[in-house]
Design a protein around this ligand. Structure first.
Ligand code: PLP
Length: 423
């Protein structure tokens, strides 16, 4: 595929140099190391074009943000309509996109979750959820999971589970205990009468795409109920169809007390996050409605995007499509693993959240670089660099998904050859 139009302006070297001097020199080196030495310019669906007119197949979808692909027409139209009338809110008058989105979410969220607070990112959604749990229960403690990823603001980082990101910022928020993900006994032992909440991802994304045993979420629900603690489901990455159900909690029928969304919620056009809960729990935020607030969170542009995104995801049956394409991808990847068991040590996933576990992080890095050479965009999971994620748009054409998996197979072969030369 060639670029629909040429890109004007700076050449790649100038942009990289400005990143080095004015953004973050380490980030510039990291992009280059992974083989992504190009400047993005334009995108449509699962294709990105760089400033030199080269096309890339996107198997990463902005770390799961682009559930509808790049520039989905219905979301762009909804945002454009709002842009032409009123992009940002007065913050004192009632705002229709906020009310519409909150009501639409209430209709699709599990159980009797019916009230939402809108913010701009996943980490802010987690901050709000943690504050709400403390406020409602009057307790300080939080139990979180090893390998869990919840964001990088101080509260969300405190409940995340990878030391390399946590340790430089210690001391973090007190009262947090981490337990192994998927281990019901460890969870039961850690939750007590000072626990405000258990926070977990129904399927860990950045931890390396870890699907817990079927009984784990129902057990977590029971443990929380017994202790009077709240269950916070972090569905920032899994929410809105990614795992083959509208919410990953739906696979087990578990209804959390608080649910966090972001990424796909903005339709791949606007930054948008939310935390939502039941009217009973929410009441503690209503006595003083300014106890938790955000000037820019839930702005009309973002809410217009959210409304259009939910409409597109539900109307087009994208959760079911993700389930079907995910099964297909896993079948093909199983063949690849069978052929290269010395390189690929495990395969995990549900829907279009798939993790390919390599024998070490260096091998995974070389495979990503090989994909970059083939102009296929992929990345490792942040809390487990041995795992390459296959996380495309839920709308990716099946032929493109197949092309991406073939490129992965070629890159694994190439990496094997490289390693053999080094032996
Ligand atoms: N929670 C989960 C499960 C995530 O995967 C992420 C980001 O990857 C976050 C929270 C943080 O979201 P953000 O990067 O928008 O702050």
């Amino acid at each position: 595929m060639s670029s629909p139009e040429a890109a004007p302006g700076d050449d790649t070297a100038e942009v990289v140099e400005r990143y080095r001097c004015h953004v973050n020199a380490g980030l510039a080196s990291l992009f280059k190391f992974m083989g992504f030495d190009a400047v993005e310019w334009k995108a449509e669906g699962s294709t990105i074009w760089d400033t030199e007119g080269r096309d890339y197949l996107d198997l990463l979808a902005g770390f799961g943000t682009l559930a509808l692909g790049h520039r989905p027409a219905a979301v762009v139209a909804g945002v454009r309509d709002q842009l032409d009338r009123m992009p940002l809110s007065s913050r004192v008058l009632f705002n229709k996109p906020v009310s519409d989105l909150a009501a639409r979410l209430a209709a699709i969220l599990p159980g009797d979750i019916a009230k939402s607070f809108f913010c701009n990112s996943g980490t802010e959604a987690i901050e709000g959820a943690l504050k709400l749990a403390r406020l409602y229960t009057g307790r300080p403690g939080v139990v979180a999971t090893e390998g869990g990823f919840h964001g990088k603001t101080l509260g969300a980082l405190s409940v995340s589970g990878r030391e390399v990101y946590r340790q430089p910022f210690a001391p973090l928020v007190p009262g947090v205990t981490h337990v192994p993900f998927g281990d019901t006994d460890a969870l039961a032992a850690a939750v007590g009468d000072s626990t405000a909440a258990v926070v977990l991802e129904p399927i860990q994304g950045e931890g390396g795409v870890i699907v817990p045993p079927d009984e784990y979420l129902p057990a977590a629900r029971e443990i929380c109920d017994r202790a009077g603690a709240l269950l916070i489901a972090d569905e920032v990455q899994t929410g809105l169809g990614r795992t083959g159900a509208l919410f990953a909690c739906d696979h087990s029928g578990v209804v959390p007390d608080i649910i966090c969304l972001a990424k796909a919620l903005g339709g791949g056009v606007m930054p948008l996050g939310a935390f939502s809960s039941t009217p009973t729990i929410w009441a503690c935020l209503e006595e003083n409605p300014l106890l938790h607030s955000s000037t820019l969170g839930g702005n009309p542009l973002a809410c217009a995007a959210g409304l259009a995104a939910i409409e597109e995801i539900t109307r087009n049956g994208l959760p079911a499509r993700a389930a079907r394409l995910g099964d297909h991808a896993l079948d093909r990847l199983r063949d690849l693993q069978a052929a290269h068991g010395d390189m690929i040590t495990d395969l995990r996933g549900r829907g279009l959240l798939i993790g390919v576990q390599f024998r070490d992080a260096d091998v995974a890095g070389l495979v990503i670089a090989g994909l970059a050479q083939r102009r296929v965009i992929a990345a490792y999971t942040l809390n487990n660099p041995e795992v390459i994620r296959i996380e495309p748009a839920l709308t990716i054409p099946e032929a493109d998904l197949d092309r991406g998996i073939s490129a992965l197979a070629d890159s694994v072969e190439q990496t094997k050859g490289l390693l053999a030369q080094l032996d």
